[in-house]
Ligand binder design. Structure first.
Ligand code: SAH
Length: 393
């Protein structure tokens, strides 16, 4: 196995079990590894530190283990089994009410570069690193063994997530089983069509499950605006919670189509729901004082630190507008899924928006991601979803 030796003084991050080795920390390599190959990392004195996938780029090694183990079928099966057992414990895997959940959340499940979402027995696999692509057969075999009879199909959706510089040619495709006839999945008893073949990410945002459930408690008798609705997840819960009316808005026509299909699936012919394909800012400029429960769940405005300031301006503008227009006594659910926007920065941004809107605002809940999106304690970057529930007077 090829050995990468760290520069003297660069071992601290691995000593603290952070799962990435940056290119600048490496003094030398004992050979030229192929992209995705498993390599050993040693400190400057030649002592073993970690094993991980090698990749050309800023993050040179993604750590799989801090112990000298074999990275083989058994390794993947045991990591995926641990992850599956956790999902069973928290009432997701094999539940009768929810069959849409995240089975593997990258670093949070000690498999950096790998995401697997389950939709009613269909495993949608997204590989973000060349190493996971190289080890794909181990992953597929592990899924078959661990999920067993509950596994209907495996769909590899990595066409757009693998680093394009690696030159891997692949098309999204079924690896095992086929497109099921029943393409619905369930979340807390509500039905959805997750569109893993053409939709965003793996087809559905499972990370908002717990936050959607909270909306249901606040919805009775309220007029709801679900901004950035995508598949209409929050709208469905608001309707079940007894909202007076629910307006879903997204700039994508396809998202509005998906939302309307999901409403039809759960509340056929229910006239409380309306949907509009429109830009968020344009829509909010045209509406005043109609809503007393609002959800803002925008896409990640900032994917890198160098655009953080511009992104914060965008978030501030959006939140200020929402805080200005919500009815007195209204409830605002506001989120950011940008990894580079920390909890503190997000809260400060909402604070300035509140002051600018000149409203009385109090925080009722501080929200995050659910337990099937675990945060590896040594990898705080994994904590990407943050939200606040505010009451506005
Ligand atoms: N709340 C959703 C997830 C939102 S993802 C859920 O629970 O599943 C973000 C959505 O914002 C995407 O569907 C995208 O189409 C939409 N979007 C991006 N820019 C927008 C804009 N300027 N105005 C309105 N919608 C936008």
């Amino acid at each position: 196995m090829i050995i990468l030796t760290l520069k003297s003084g660069k071992e601290q991050s691995l000593q603290r079990f952070h799962p990435w080795v940056f290119s600048g920390a490496i003094a030398r390599m004992s050979g030229t590894p192929e992209e995705g190959e498993v390599v050993e990392v040693q400190d400057a004195l030649g002592c073993f530190m970690a094993l991980g996938h090698y990749q050309i780029g800023t993050i040179t090694v993604r750590v799989l283990s801090f112990d000298p183990v074999h990275i083989d079928q058994q390794f993947y099966t045991s990591r995926i089994r641990e992850a599956y057992q956790l999902r069973r414990q928290i009432g997701l895997a094999e539940s009768t009410q929810t069959n849409a959940f995240r089975l593997i959340h990258g670093e949070g499940d000690y498999l950096p570069g790998l995401v697997i979402d389950m939709y009613n027995g269909v495993a949608v696999v997204q590989m973000h690193s060349v190493g996971m692509w190289r080890d794909r057969e181990f992953i597929y075999n592990a899924l078959r063994e661990v999920v067993g009879d509950n596994l209907k199909a495996i769909y590899n959706k990595s066409e757009d997530t693998l680093p394009f510089k690696a030159g891997i040619e692949m098309q999204n495709t079924y690896i095992y089983g086929q497109r099921p006839e029943d393409k619905t999945a369930m979340e807390n008893g509500l039905k959805f069509y997750p569109d893993w073949e053409k939709g965003q990410k793996t087809g559905f945002f499972v990370d908002q499950r717990d936050n959607r459930a909270l909306i249901e408690r606040y919805s009775k008798g309220r007029s709801v605006l679900n901004m950035f609705c995508y598949t209409g997840g929050f709208s469905m819960y608001a309707m079940r919670g007894g909202a007076k009316l629910v307006h879903s808005v997204d700039s994508s026509e396809r998202a509005i189509e998906l939302t309307n299909n999901n409403v039809e699936l759960n509340f056929p012919g229910d006239s409380r729901h309306q949907a509009t394909a429109e830009d968020a800012f344009k829509f909010m400029q045209q509406t005043e004082g109609e809503f007393d429960l609002m959800i803002l769940d925008p896409p990640a405005f900032a994917k890198h630190y160098n655009v953080l300031n511009n992104a914060l301006k965008g978030y501030r503008r959006l939140n200020t507008k929402a805080l200005e227009m919500i009815r007195p006594g209204g409830i605002l659910f506001t989120f950011s899924c940008s990894q580079v926007v920390s909890k503190e920065v997000f809260r400060t941004m909402v604070f300035s928006s509140a002051a600018k809107a000149h409203r009385r605002v109090s925080i009722l809940h501080q929200l995050s991601q659910p337990a099937d999106h675990p945060v590896n304690i040594y990898h705080p970057e994994g904590e990407y979803l943050k939200g606040l529930v505010l009451q506005v007077w």
